[in-house]
Every structure is written in structure tokens, then in C-alpha cells.
Design a protein. Structure first.
Length: 269
């Protein structure tokens, strides 16, 4: 019995969210949150266009409030409107903008629309973004098009920092599915490594002096190394000369011995 009540409550929340989205219209709402309080149900409408959501003198909010009481039997619904500070980093607003522009300008200009939105996200300073369009683009055969840049993790704990949203565009060839994923510029990436050093003026001067001393030492060491190399070369040359002399003396001795042997042979004869 308790499980059924939970399912009914979740179903009612879903129906309320869908009703509010249809009532306000596409491209005006980013998210609808429903919170249960002791006073009554608190409904928060997150949007980048609060003026269009509230209406003149709060007409739209009053209409939604009355329908929620009659249709969904909520005793005391409290509707609040929260404005998004950076709508370009909100995935739902971007997805809705793409859907509206596809319905307005046609499915053939899908590349221009996607690249324009991606360019806006890049200029805003996002760390990464991805736009996926699935449908009959541009021909009758369904295809999947991907437009992306930057850092965008799809698995693991770091994928939680990515803001994701979906939307639908109803074009002449058929329905086009839109998926948007954005990583805002101020997000902290868990697997990113950064090194921060606070260096004072004294440390900088000390480092400069150390580098100068190292350079001077190297300059002093260079002539000494040259002298050592020259001495080693001279020693090697002397050794080679001595070896050459020894070989010559051996050859001359052998020649003399061979001559003496021949002379002795001649005398015996």
C-alpha cells in the first residue's frame, strides 16, 4: 500500500510538470521543481525569461494556481519563479532554442543552428559542450549528427558535473531529437591536476641569483674541461707514436737477423 502511494505521488508530480511546461510553452522554462512542505506544495519554476512566465500582473501564475487546485486537488500550491543567471550554460534552454529555431527556419539549416549555439557556448567560456541531433537530417534517411568541443566526461563520478537536457523539434520530415550537454566554466573537474605556487619577490630574486651563479660556474668549468681533453689527446698521440716506433724497431731487427743468416749461409758454402 505504501509503495502504491509513492508511485501515485511521483505520477502526480510528473503530470504537474508536463502541464506547467505545456501551459507556459517551449523555450521559456528550464526546470520545474516540486517540494512537499507542511504548509503545502512548493513549485519552483526555473527560467531565463521570468517576465514571460509570470505574465502581466501575474496572470499566468494565477491561472496555473487555480488549475492545480481544481484538476490536481492541491490544497495550497505556492508557485515561485527563479531566474537563471547564465542561460547560455543551461542545457535545457540551449536545447529548447535549437528546437524552436529548427521549427522556424526548417530542418535544412540544422548545421548553421547547431554551430551558432556551439559558438555562443565557446565564447561564454564553457569548458566543454556537445550537441546531438537525431532525425531525418537533411535527407529522408535518419542520421545522427554530433557537434562538440572541449572537456566532456561521459562516465564515472566526473560525469555528474555535466549538465544534460533533451528536447524535440517537430519539423516537416518528422520529429528531430536534440541532446545537449554542457560543462560550465566555473566547475571544478575532479580528475584535473593544478599546481598553485605563491612566489614572493625575495624568492624570485633568490632564484635569479642562483641561476647566475650556476652560469658562472659552468663558464669556469668549460676551460678546465678543454684543458683536460687536450692533455688526454696529447697522451693518446704519444702512445700511438711509441707504438709506431716499437713496431719499426721490431721490423728492422728482423731484417738484420735475416741478412746475417743469409751471409752465414754463403760463407759456409
Amino acid at each position: 500500500m505504501i509503495e502504491k502511494k509513492f508511485i501515485e505521488a511521483k505520477k502526480q508530480q510528473f503530470e504537474i510538470k508536463e502541464f506547467i511546461r505545456k501551459k507556459i510553452g517551449k523555450g521559456k522554462l528550464s526546470e520545474v521543481r516540486i517540494e512537499r512542505t507542511p504548509v503545502g506544495e512548493k513549485i519552483i519554476l526555473i527560467t531565463s525569461k521570468p517576465g514571460l512566465v509570470i505574465g502581466r500582473g501575474g496572470e499566468i501564475i494565477r491561472q496555473i494556481n487555480e488549475i492545480l487546485k481544481k484538476k490536481f486537488k492541491l490544497e495550497n500550491p505556492q508557485i515561485e519563479v527563479a531566474e537563471i543567471q547564465n542561460p547560455i550554460f543551461d542545457a535545457q534552454t540551449v536545447a529548447d532554442n535549437i528546437a524552436l529555431s529548427l521549427e522556424r527556419f526548417g530542418h535544412l539549416s540544422f548545421k548553421l543552428i547547431a554551430y551558432r549555439e556551439l559558438d555562443r557556448i565557446i565564447k561564454a567560456g564553457a569548458l566543454g559542450a556537445e550537441i546531438r541531433l537525431n532525425g531525418r537530417l537533411p535527407s529522408e534517411r535518419a542520421k545522427s549528427w554530433r557537434f562538440a568541443f572541449g572537456y566532456l566526461n561521459k562516465t564515472g563520478a566526473s560525469s555528474e558535473i555535466v549538465r544534460r537536457a533533451t528536447a524535440k523539434a517537430f519539423t516537416k520530415p518528422g520529429v528531430v531529437g536534440i541532446k545537449v550537454a554542457i560543462v560550465p566554466k566555473d566547475t571544478k573537474i575532479p580528475d584535473q591536476i593544478g599546481i598553485n605556487k605563491k612566489i614572493t619577490e625575495e624568492q624570485i630574486m633568490f632564484d635569479i641569483e642562483e641561476k647566475k651563479e650556476e652560469k658562472e660556474k659552468k663558464k669556469e668549468e668549460k676551460p678546465k674541461e678543454k684543458e683536460k681533453k687536450e692533455k688526454e689527446k696529447k697522451k693518446e698521440e704519444k702512445k700511438k707514436k711509441e707504438k709506431g716506433k716499437k713496431k719499426k724497431t721490431r721490423k728492422t731487427k728482423k731484417r738484420k737477423e735475416s741478412k746475417k743468416g743469409k751471409e752465414n749461409d754463403n760463407t759456409k758454402k
